[in-house]
Design a protein around this ligand. Structure first.
Ligand code: FAD
Ligand code: NAG
Ligand code: NAG
Ligand code: NAG
Ligand code: NAG
Ligand code: NAG
Ligand code: NAG
Ligand code: NAG
Ligand code: NAG
Ligand code: NAG
Ligand code: NAG
Length: 540
């Protein structure tokens, strides 16, 4: 008899069967010991980072006046968050316990950020991270740029996989598969250049709309294959001919929940030559409200004819102005755009709106990149800040009341995404079906004010969730919401973000991630977990 061995075996057996209800957090007795972290670090060739909040430089003991001032200046922009292993851009999910706007003596804590992060350089690094979190019951978080509005790329006490430096681009001039033959680009998961425009992280997995959408469809429609590491550590290819269910789910079914993308290969479109562009702004100053809002309604009636003619339109409405940031018409000229805008200009004229109230500029760019830089540059920061609260809905009716009587404004994206020869997806995919017959996606942002107490923003978030969104939903029955640009508190997320695809997506998630290792708020299967206010994540 070997009683000692017997006891050991029994304990081992119990250990294997025992599944803790909650992920461990730093400070828990079960939190992995230093030795284990060191071993993980050795496995990933020293690429494990013990994280610190970006804003530590704004607080004792690391206070640095210069560095803190720079951070305050740039906090609402992508640049510093994008290049940090931990930081995210949406203020709601940023570390409230280490803000650049609180006093120097306020202690700085990790709060909602991951505790460690692997600066991923290979599929093997991802496999090591996945294995470590599974074996040690630590929350796993995947972060690329940190653009996500729903807090999906951060998580208290987690181990982060920071994908942003996995950014090689390979040009495949003669890619060949049963579903596509032609030029393609293989993009590392962290690739974020605009030239490529289809970005492998959350953008494409969630659908991905761009100023080329009326011409070529969504980002997810361009993917010919995904290179993936699954929750069980398997490194595989998902394409229309291999692991086809995973390919379908990753192409539009939402990021961060089916597997970790190492790279994706997309169709390359040759530059179609000239690009027509326009910007327009109309001020409400001096106009009777009925005239201004009449013009806004007319603008929305203009959108379908414009998108049906192949244009993609990005615009913004507040109670004081309509700002059309860009109209993009691939293979078009300034004259073509002028023709498209003509009915609107005639309408303004008939409403006695003089040229003092608006300006229109139309352009012809010789290639796509010059068009892009003209309307959305300069790189790397682009034209738009990131600090917002946000809610979204794909719809046609504009609600004037919201912009007049609340701090929310309206950002519109108009494109025709119905499937045609030029817009056909590589293969069937999990893009929300409502996208295909929607003319406009509207989102309702409000600018986050860092100088006001958080409670003010909490009130706004509740106003958005409880008052505004139910009204928008009622006006747009059967439509949906864009899962990458929506309100994280939306209770109807399954239906709105995934529609009829949800059950199939859930089954695919179960197949590739049987223990729900991947979690991201509002992602398919995320209701398997609940994250408490203190950051502890437990099985529901
Ligand atoms: C200023 C701004 C402008 C935007 N403009 C547009 C736009 O024009 N069109 C549009 O469609 N969307 C737009 N978005 C939304 C954008 O698509 C989403 O925020 C998207 O999730 C960003 O993906 P990311 O990987 O860069 O960000 P992250 O926040 O790093 O990641 C987002 C999600 O993807 C997951 N993820 C990241 N990398 C991987 C990977 N390698 N494998 C698996 N999961 C991964 C993360 O876990 C997370 O769930 C915009 C957002 C902002 C803030
Ligand atoms: C991981 O190893 C590298 C190289 O040895 C070291 O610089 C780094 O601090 C280590 N990371 C952690 C979290 O210990
Ligand atoms: C403070 O920050 C600035 C700018 O990042 C840097 O150049 C400087 O070396 C820092 N000073 C100290 C004492 O760390
Ligand atoms: C992450 O790795 C890249 C190389 O892949 C390196 O250039 C970069 O400095 C690293 N960043 C950090 C914060 O360790
Ligand atoms: C551009 O437009 C012209 C005329 O409208 C058409 O003949 C041509 O095929 C188009 N080119 C592309 C690349 O779409
Ligand atoms: C149009 O161009 C003029 C001159 O460059 C500029 O002042 C104006 O702001 C532009 N208007 C729009 C709507 O872009
Ligand atoms: C425009 O002005 C003319 C002449 O002053 C007036 O007859 C007409 O009613 C006005 N139209 C609108 C829409 O206000
Ligand atoms: C409308 O257009 C006509 C003809 O070009 C012009 O005479 C008139 O002044 C315009 N009206 C306004 C309000 O600009
Ligand atoms: C807009 O506000 C008016 C006046 O407060 C109200 O009567 C109307 O129902 C509102 N409309 C919508 C769509 O909310
Ligand atoms: C998009 O275009 C197609 C044909 O190209 C058309 O049938 C469809 O009605 C358009 N969609 C919308 C929302 O206008
Ligand atoms: C933020 O709030 C302060 C205090 O009410 C106000 O003075 C400031 O203009 C606000 N900033 C923005 C960007 O709304």
């Amino acid at each position: 008899m070997h009683p000692i061995l017997g006891v050991g075996t029994l304990l081992f057996a119990l250990g294997a069967a025992y599944r803790p209800q909650c992920r461990y957090l730093p400070g828990d007795v079960q939190w992995p010991r230093q030795k284990l972290w060191d071993r993980l670090n050795a496995t990933v060739d020293g690429r494990l980072i013990a994280t610190a909040p970006l804003a530590s430089v704004c607080h004792d003991p690391q206070y640095n006046e210069t560095a803190c001032a720079v951070l305050q200046e740039w906090w609402s922009w992508a640049r510093y968050h994008e290049n940090s292993p931990t930081s995210v851009m949406t203020p709601w999910f940023q570390d409230q316990e280490c803000s650049p706007y609180t006093s120097v003596s306020t202690p700085c804590q990790l709060g909602n950020l991951v505790a460690y992060s692997i600066n991923v350089s290979s599929a093997a690094d991802v496999q090591a991270g996945v294995k470590f979190t599974r074996e040690n019951n630590v929350r796993l978080v995947i972060k690329n740029t940190g653009h996500d509005y729903m807090g999906k790329s951060t998580g208290q006490g987690g181990l982060g996989l920071w994908m942003h430096n996995l950014n090689a681009i390979e040009v495949l001039s003669d890619y060949s598969s049963p579903s596509y033959h032609g030029p393609a680009l293989k993009l590392g998961a962290g690739e974020a250049t605009v030239q490529a425009l289809e970005l492998p992280g959350g953008f494409t997995q969630g659908g991905g709309h761009s100023i080329l959408s009326s011409q070529y469809g969504l980002g997810a429609d361009q993917v010919v294959e995904w290179e993936v590491v699954t929750a069980t550590g398997v490194h595989l290819i998902a394409s229309p001919s291999q692991n086809t269910d995973l390919y379908w789910a990753l192409s539009g079914g939402g990021p961060g929940t089916y597997g970790v993308v190492i790279s994706m290969t997309v169709r390359a479109h040759s530059d179609a030559g000239v690009v027509g562009g326009a910007s327009l702004s109309l001020s409400s100053t001096g106009l009777a409200p009925s005239i201004y809002w009449g013009a806004i309604r007319q603008w929305h009636e203009m959108l379908l004819p414009m998108t049906n003619a192949g244009a993609t339109v990005n615009y913004l409405v507040t109670s004081s102005a309509l700002t059309v940031e860009a109209i993009t018409l691939v293979n078009g000229t300034a004259d073509d755009i002028h023709t498209l805008l003509q009915p609107f200009l005639v309408y303004l004229n008939r409403s006695n709106v003089t040229q003092a109230a608006y300006t229109v500029n139309t352009t012809t760019s010789t290639d796509f990149l010059s068009h892009y830089l003209r309307y959305f540059g300069p790189l790397p920061d682009g034209a738009f800040a990131t600090a917002q609260l946000i809610g979204g809905r794909l719809l046609m009716t504009l609600v004037q009341n919201i912009t007049v009587s609340t701090p929310f404004y309206v950002v519109g994206f108009a494109a025709n995404l119905s499937i045609t020869a030029s817009r056909s997806p590589v293969a069937s995919n999990a893009v929300l079906p409502a996208w295909r017959d929607t003319g406009v996606s509207l989102i309702l942002p409000s600018v986050w004010n860092f100088t006001l107490p958080r409670s003010v923003e909490v009130q706004r978030e509740l106003q958005l969730t409880e008052k505004l969104e139910p009204q928008l939903r009622k006006l747009t029955p059967g439509s949906g919401g864009y899962l990458n640009e929506a309100n994280f508190m939306l209770r109807t997320w399954k239906e709105d973000f995934y529609g009829a695809n949800y059950d199939r997506l859930r089954a695919i998630k179960k197949k590739y991630d049987p223990e729900d290792l991947f979690y991201a708020l509002t992602a398919v299967g995320s209701d398997a977990w609940t994250v408490a206010d203190n950051g502890r994540m437990c099985r529901s």
